[in-house]
Design a protein around this ligand. Structure first.
Ligand code: ATP
Ligand code: MG
Length: 286
């Protein structure tokens, strides 16, 4: 298990400050939700935490150790993995091969170990690890099919399986439910919980407020890149600032009050609930 600590983080794109002096902690072994209206900066935050964009200021700490200057693969090898809002699967490769792409063992094999005659052994280890992750996610029986054969919910799970192949202690999930049909959402939610039970600290970005309220131990709310509120799901749902932030956007609505409900908020607005097509959750910046 591990903790993740963000301090005073800023990310600038030209004149746009997409993440603005943000700070929060995801405590060891917990599920921390990160919510906010479309464009609030959630995916950019994940990009900065995982080393895909360089912050202009601030720090990211894993178990108290500053990893802000490390390359993304170095962060991954220290136990930080992420999924992408827009699926980053390779459609022509098999399900198993897609998962193996996430394992350090397969990378080592590809880049150097062949010189020592270790490549095959590393590859077999990566394969066994990938299969183990596919078992956990209920996809083992589909390991040989091309990724393009999977339905959308399974494709989202495959994206998670690939992140798990890096054996993360902290896992960043960017909208794992976006586009997943309603009847399959529980399957994904149960898997997120199962991963957490194995000791993985999870940071969850998700627009489906019913799920966020049910699974998160704590939630931090972003608005225009900045910290707006933080606390238990019940506290955050009742925060007047949070409700106002959601009501002030075209797509968003207040995150509601009661865990487990699907409609209705203190302000009488609908949740920013994703529908089967994931509308209201678009973004192309992963
Ligand atoms: N690479 C980039 N270059 C320029 N601007 C960017 C880039 N990535 C993101 N942005 C901008 O930064 C802001 C935050 O975007 P981001 O995708 O992080 O929001 P988000 O909270 O993930 O939104 P959504 O809920 O729609 O996924 C937006 O104004 C977006 O247009
Ligand atoms: Mg996003």
């Amino acid at each position: 298990m591990a903790s993740l600590q963000i301090d005073d983080l800023c990310v600038d794109f030209g004149g746009l400050r997409a993440v603005n002096a943000l700070g929060f902690t995801a405590a060891e072994g917990t599920i921390k939700g990160v919510i906010g209206p479309n464009g609030a900066g959630k995916t950019t935050l994940f990009n900065a935490i995982s080393g895909f964009v360089r912050p202009s200021r601030g720090s990211v700490r894993l178990d108290g150790i500053d990893i802000s200057t490390l390359a993304s693969h170095e962060r991954a090898s220290r136990g930080l993995s992420r999924t992408f809002q827009n699926l980053q699967l390779i459609p022509d490769m098999s399900v198993l091969e897609n998962v193996m792409l996430g394992s350090h063992a397969s990378l080592r094999a590809a880049w150097g170990a062949s010189l020592l005659g270790l490549a095959r052994r590393e590859e077999l280890a990566a394969e066994a690890l990938a299969l183990e992750k596919l078992e956990l996610l209920g996809l083992a029986d589909r390991s040989a099919v091309p990724a393009s054969d999977l339905g959308f919910a399974d494709a989202k799970l495959l994206e998670i399986a690939r992140a798990l192949a890096g054996c993360p202690r902290v896992l960043l999930l960017d909208e794992p439910l976006a586009g997943v049909p309603l009847e399959e959402q529980n399957r994904v939610v149960e898997i997120v919980r199962a991963i957490n039970r194995t000791g993985v600290t999870i940071v969850l970005v998700e627009h489906n407020m019913r799920v966020v309220m049910q699974v998160c131990d704590e939630i931090v709310v972003m608005h225009h890149g900045a910290w707006l509120a933080e606390g238990s799901p019940a506290d955050v749902a009742q925060s007047p600032e949070v409700i106002a932030a959601y009501l002030g956007t075209a797509h968003g609505a207040a995150p509601g009050t009661a865990p487990g409900t699907t409609q209705g908020t203190a302000a009488g607005a609908a949740y920013p609930q994703t529908d089967a097509a994931g509308h209201g959750t678009r973004g192309n910046h992963a």
